[in-house]
Ligand binder design. Structure first.
Ligand code: ADP
Ligand code: PAZ
Ligand code: K
Length: 249
């Protein structure tokens, strides 16, 4: 059994796959290392043999987690590393090491699945967009704040915008002009996000032509699915790239 981890800025996405069949046995989303450990300890006897992971956290944080996994389960972790070129994709960053590893893996996964030009949108703490041409050349991309960052900026940098997360989730049931603060902020931020992804579609047409595939991933992917009807929504896209970047055989 292989443990796979995608350590983002807010959450750790984890899953255990049966190495032989590459079938997901169990998985989830947790908020901390300790929650991950609890979830893993609660699993019904899954003998973990390997771990592979991608992290956009600090090296110290990542090391602390891999040490704990080694202590508890006796498994060594293989971490995805930056690369200039891999699986037919050429990293477009001026300094390839600086491209977020979650972005790199999502791009590798998308190009592997599409085998044609791709626009990759990842909606997490931050929202990222990456463009890849037909020949695998990664053109670079864009980063903007995601929903959690937008709402938290408003809540912490104004005096009178205050509401809790539970109210926030209800506010998006409709998109009419907000009649409460929570509705006004949540719907306003969501419109910004939708505007961003639509702008990316226009850019992608300009740079990639008309025949490109759109991939949508990250915890908030579903919030913009309506405005991107042709997009492939793949919550596990980073894991597709992780398997390419860290083969275990
Ligand atoms: N099961 C879930 N647990 C946590 N967050 C979730 C879940 N489903 C959707 N989300 C949303 O996903 C967002 C975080 O996305 P994610 O891709 O995990 O971010 P990151 O990779 O930056 O940690 C949050 O804004 C939250 O609204
Ligand atoms: C842009 C990101 C913060 C996105 O992180 P996430 O929202 O997935 O937690 C991450 O990919 C990152 O730290 N990138 C390094 C900077 C860059 O890609 O240019
Ligand atoms: K992201």
């Amino acid at each position: 059994m292989i443990l796979e981890l995608d350590c983002g800025n807010s959450f750790i996405k984890w899953r255990v796959i049966d190495g032989a069949q590459a079938v997901t046995v169990i998985g989830g989303v947790v908020g901390s290392d300790s929650e991950l450990v609890s979830a893993l300890l609660a699993m019904p006897a899954p003998s973990l043999t390997h771990c592979r992971l991608v992290s956009v956290r600090s090296d110290d944080e990542t090391l602390a987690l891999t040490r704990r996994l080694d202590e508890l389960f006796g498994i060594e972790s293989v971490c995805a590393r930056p690369a200039l070129e891999m699986a037919g994709v050429r990293n477009g960053y001026v300094e390839y090491q600086r491209l977020g590893l979650d972005r790199w893996l999502a791009v590798l996964g998308a190009f592997h699945l599409a085998k044609k030009p791709c626009l990759v949108l990842d909606l997490g703490t931050a929202v990222t967009s990456d463009l890849v041409m037909a020949d695998g050349e990664h053109l670079g991309g864009f980063i903007c704040p995601g929903m959690p960052l937008m709402r938290n900026q408003l809540r912490t940098h104004t005096r009178r915008i205050r509401y809790d997360d539970e109210a926030a989730s209800r506010a998006l049931d409709e998109m009419a002009p907000g009649r409460t603060t929570v509705e006004a902020v949540e719907r306003g931020c969501l419109l910004m996000l939708r505007g961003f992804v639509l702008a990316q579609m226009e850019l992608a047409k300009e740079y990639l032509g008309d025949n490109f595939e759109v991939f949508l991933t990250g915890g908030d992917a579903l919030l913009v699915r309506d405005v991107l009807p042709g997009a492939r929504v793949l919550p596990d896209l980073v894991f597709v790239g992780l398997a390419i970047a860290c083969p275990l055989d």
